[in-house]
Design a protein around this ligand. Sequence first.
Ligand SMILES: [Zn+2]
Length: 402
Amino acid sequence: MQILSIPEKLEAKHVEIVEGEHLIGEFVGDETGATLVVFGSVHGNEAAGALALQKIAKRLPAFQKKLHGRVYFLAGNTRAVKQSVRFIDSDLNRHWTLENIKHNSPNSHITTKRAEDLEQTEILILLEKILKSAKDEVYALDLHSTSAAGVPFATVGDTLRNRDFAQKFPITILLGIEEQLDGTILEYLNNTGAVTLGYEGGQHFADSTIAAHEALVWLALVNSGILAKEDLPGFEKHTEVLRRATGKPRIVEIRYRHAITESDNFKMELGFENFQPVKRGELLAYDRKGAIKSAEKGLILMPLYQTLGEDGFFTGREVAPFWLKLSGFLRRWKIGNLMRFLPGVKRSEFDAETFEINTKIARIFPLQIFHLLGFRKRRWRGNKLVVSRRRFDTESPFVKKI
Ligand SMILES: [Zn+2]
């Protein structure tokens, strides 16, 4: 039986932030080392992220001389934070599409700007400076919280570099969610070649959420090689905080996203927690067309219990370590490249990481095969299945080869 945790008594928390000022802290030690960029409160109603960063920023100056690298803490949606809302005109964490980035690039002359367009321009200016001057690996974290109670977990875009980094933390890893969403800030950073990790630290406003965020960032300083383990006095304590919050770390892959729009009148059934097992055919939610049932047995992820949002829920399954090892092996040897020699498979002329597969062949491939080879983005175009994998799966564009 699933035991639902007793919710803490939560009081709304607020972050003191100036509109348009994203930089919470900048700490540069040896600038030839790695770079760690951490975002908090990209969703304005999720105060915990920026609050955790403000707390660490107060303590980091004492470590500055020991930093082998550079650390940047950034507040996400400053205008939404001011009003304690998820976003003002559009979700900043769905805003990083090619079109928007072009529209909002610092040298764009387009002046029609919504609140999140301004946010994006400001962040792009900072990121450009940080990425251009990087001399070694770049790591990016994004701290979030959820409306429902439940165990914290990381969201990881499926590159081997991301997986390797995420597995250094005692956390539960959700693979493939980034590929289900368009325009996340981490997707943008992933495409520039950064190693990325999103983190859902728990319920909005819970003290335990801020504590989990803090612990994650401290450990990220060590796991990115910027701070030596011996130089971080609380290393064991932070590890323990994450371990306790997580329980048994698991790796779960996303298999389905239930996308919604406002006109759907989506309403989640009450009582679901993240990672709660669901049966095939189990009633999960209602919308204007009626009951929504689970298409397969699995785990329910990120059920929506607030009004704003584009994702009703996700479902996924735990991945056995064997499959991870196998896919690591296949991908390091670039076995996926051989797919284009199959009849009915063509590499896209626009993107080397995208393949077009005709219907007959596509049906032969179970979902698992695509996942094994790193192809998590799948969509139908006419009678063709179009599958994509991420660039920079195994190699970093920031690390100079000698
Ligand atoms: Zn969020």
